[in-house]
Design a protein around this ligand. Structure first.
Ligand SMILES: [Zn+2]
Length: 375
């Protein structure tokens, strides 16, 4: 009996040491915001949520490797040798650019409200707390796995339609459904590249308008005259709801959030798990020749047919280093140009010239596929 209790305690101690050492290894980025901390403390099971936060930070690669944050901080002027972009992530720089980085993270982890009348039947989901990986990690992971499992079945049943659309949770739509353009990806295999681009352009125009404070953030998106955007966000959805549900602190700087969200799409388009890109040629952008042109896009990929672990391998610091060491203009350079244009407060018509240059297609009719990481 004593022995058993001893072993139990030893086991607990061992677990806590593993947890704390791993937590310190991965918590370079203060990803648990004060808001999340407060929400966790009012959640139904704060102890499990704390452990869950470690689970999320350790096993969800895009949160474990804050690659987007490193690219953005580098583009903002952090001086490190090529290939050492991850060194840009320090508590000080992250805190300094917190709102922009919240936006950069947003497409991977957009906060949203759970359905209160019919909450998801997943352990750890509290419908009174805004869903975000750091606020309800177990629930987040449960929903993500559910989306990952059901997306291929839905696509098999109806290959012409994205697996998820309006009415589904933002997490499902953004990673596996109609909003994959947040990540420079097609909504389904077989989608022609011009169609993916059309959505990305619509999204960029909307985000740019918010970033330069020309599009109101408190008007229903369906009433804004931005192509088909209203179909994606019907009902009483405003930019405030979309970009900052439950996160009041960032609302006064929604321009920074929007810029971060736009940078995320730009950055993903340089990941070999998201698009195929040709080698850069050294030519300058045709309509905005003060900037060099990145390699053209040869194909967009869609996530449903990919092997998740292989996709994630491309979203790591190693893949980023390989890119910045071997490519110019790199993902960091392209991010820096958008930041420069934003600081210059240019109109969308002007910024669009660089958009067209970064997202130039080799052949608009090429259909999307799973890319090199197919199942
Ligand atoms: Zn992404």
């Amino acid at each position: 009996m004593t022995k058993i209790r001893f072993n139990y305690r030893t086991a607990l101690l061992t677990i806590s040491i593993i947890v704390s050492s791993n937590a310190s290894a991965f918590q370079i980025l203060p990803r648990i915001s004060d808001v999340d901390r407060q929400l966790t403390s009012v959640g139904s099971n704060s102890l499990l949520d704390g452990a869950g936060q470690w689970i999320i930070g350790t096993f969800v690669p895009m949160l474990k490797h804050p690659v987007h944050e490193a690219i953005t901080l580098n583009a903002l002027g952090c001086a490190v040798p090529l290939g050492k972009e991850s060194d840009c992530i320090t508590t000080e720089t992250v805190l300094k650019h917190q709102t922009l980085l919240y936006g950069v993270r947003w497409p991977d982890d957009p906060p949203f409200a759970l359905n209160r009348t019919s909450p998801p039947r997943i352990l750890g989901c509290n419908p009174t707390v805004t869903l975000r990986s750091t606020a309800q990690p177990k629930c987040w992971q449960g929903l993500f796995s559910d989306a990952e499992k059901s997306a291929p079945q839905r696509l098999a049943a109806n290959p012409e339609k994205p697996a998820f659309g309006p009415g589904s949770y933002l997490l499902y739509r953004s990673h596996f459904g109609d909003l994959q353009f947040f990540h420079s990806m097609a909504a389904r295999d077989g989608e022609p590249a011009w169609e993916t681009m059309q959505r990305m352009r619509m999204w960029a125009r909307f985000l740019w308008g918010i970033a330069i404070k020309e599009i109101p953030t408190d008007e229903y998106i369906r009433l804004l005259d931005i192509e088909q955007l209203g179909q994606y966000f019907p009902g009483d959805m405003t930019a405030i709801n979309l970009l900052a549900t439950g996160i009041v602190a960032v609302r006064k700087n929604l321009d920074e959030v929007a810029m971060g969200v736009l940078l995320h799409m730009v950055q993903d388009s340089f990941s070999q798990a998201h698009t195929g890109r040709s080698t850069e040629t050294g030519v300058q952008c045709k309509d905005i020749p003060r900037f060099p042109q990145p390699g053209k896009i040869s194909q967009f990929y869609s996530y449903a047919g990919q092997i998740g672990s292989q996709h994630d391998r491309e979203d790591t610091f190693k893949a980023l280093s390989l890119q910045t060491l071997q490519t110019q203009p790199s993902v960091v350079d392209a991010s820096r140009v958008f930041l420069t244009l934003w600081q210059e407060h240019v109109s969308w018509e002007h910024a669009e010239k660089y958009f067209d240059c970064v997202f130039a297609l080799e052949d608009p009719s090429v259909e999307a596929g799973p890319g090199p990481y197919s199942r």
